[in-house]
Design a protein around this ligand. Structure first.
Ligand SMILES: CC(C)(COP(=O)(O)OP(=O)(O)OC[C@H]1O[C@@H](n2cnc3c(N)ncnc32)[C@H](O)[C@@H]1OP(=O)(O)O)[C@@H](O)C(=O)NCCC(=O)NCCS
Length: 184
């Protein structure tokens, strides 16, 4: 099986989500910082993260100005509904997936945005992606377990509950994630 082109996969996932979410799903990919995406991401960020984990617009703007920045936003009937963004990590050809959140949970939005991120990075020649999460958040979401279910690997855990995770980006891994996500 071949890895589909990123743009083709975006269209396919928009169709799947339009059907499952009963609306018009549109995924936009941004690689430049702007007031528009700062507004859209911060509204979702403030709804989905507890106060000490929220980023204000200045912090978001700093992150959105990093090399390799990419942000995907899912719009449902034109309303910003979910995001996934990151940028280059310190090690060459690696990526730091900074944050993702969705207003509508358990509908595979996180899974689909994660897959799109992976295929985008594969096309660009990245070799690994990293991110930091927590064992469990304040609402009881078992975050490490959620990401492990989606195929990510734990690198290390800290006594304060934070967890570093990663995914190697190889053709085999991308194909595995495509199969797992599109068949799930
Ligand atoms: C984490 C988050 C982005 C996941 O997105 P999502 O669209 O709800 O997740 P998906 O529907 O794609 O679920 C993927 C898998 O994760 C697991 N999962 C997701 N939410 C879960 C929950 N609350 N409890 C247990 N498992 C869960 C399941 O295995 C699920 O597969 P299943 O639905 O087939 O059982 C979402 O919960 C969220 O926005 N959380 C608040 C912000 C946040 O914590 N972001 C991540 C910071 S690292």
């Amino acid at each position: 099986m071949q890895i589909p082109a990123f743009t083709e996969l975006v269209n396919r996932i928009e169709d799947i989500l339009s059907e499952s979410l009963n609306g018009k799903a549109h995924i936009k990919v941004y690689t430049e910082n702007s007031e528009k995406i700062l507004d859209e991401v911060s509204i979702i960020d403030h709804q989905k993260f507890r106060e000490n984990l929220q980023y204000d617009k200045n912090e978001l703007s700093e992150r959105f100005s990093n090399p390799g920045f990419i942000c995907m936003i899912l719009y449902l009937d034109e309303a910003p509904t979910a995001f996934d963004y990151g940028y280059n990590s310190s090690e060459e050809a690696t990526y730091f997936s900074d944050s993702s959140a969705t207003l509508i949970e358990r509908k595979k939005i996180g899974r689909y945005l994660g897959l799109l991120e992976l295929v985008y990075l594969y096309e660009k020649g990245y070799t690994a992606l990293y991110f930091t999460t927590e064992e469990t958040d304040e609402s009881g979401r078992p975050l490490r377990q959620i990401w492990e279910n989606m195929g990510y690997t734990t690198v290390s855990t800290s006594p304060d509950g934070s967890v570093d995770m990663m995914l190697e980006i190889t053709k085999e891994v991308v194909l595995r994630q495509i199969n797992k996500t599109l068949q799930a």
